[in-house]
Design a protein around this ligand. Structure first.
Ligand SMILES: [Zn+2]
Length: 87
């Protein structure tokens, strides 16, 4: 019983890296992954914020495009292996 309670506590702890290098043990803000001191109450940047935009490599569209290309490459490799197996 006590072990389960400890596990629940660990699951709900912030675990952000503190200045001493240890994980933060404070409870998380409800519905968030971090405690109030480590950004749990911060909503993040507003939608459309371009403050950290450099080259667009990590934009949603580019991430989707890359994953589609990777899928195509995977399919092509599978097909080429199947064709080679025929001979
Ligand atoms: Zn914390």
């Amino acid at each position: 019983m006590q072990n389960n309670a400890m596990r629940e506590l660990l699951k709900l702890s912030c675990n952000a890296k503190t200045r001493s290098g240890h994980p933060c043990k404070s409870a998380t803000v409800k519905g968030k992954k971090r405690c109030r001191m480590h950004g749990g109450t911060n909503n993040g940047a507003p939608k459309g914020n371009m403050n950290s935009f450099k080259h667009g490599y990590y934009t949603k569209e580019n991430i989707v495009k890359r994953s589609e290309v990777h899928k195509l490459i995977k399919e092509w490799k599978k097909l080429s292996q199947e064709l080679e197996g025929d001979y």
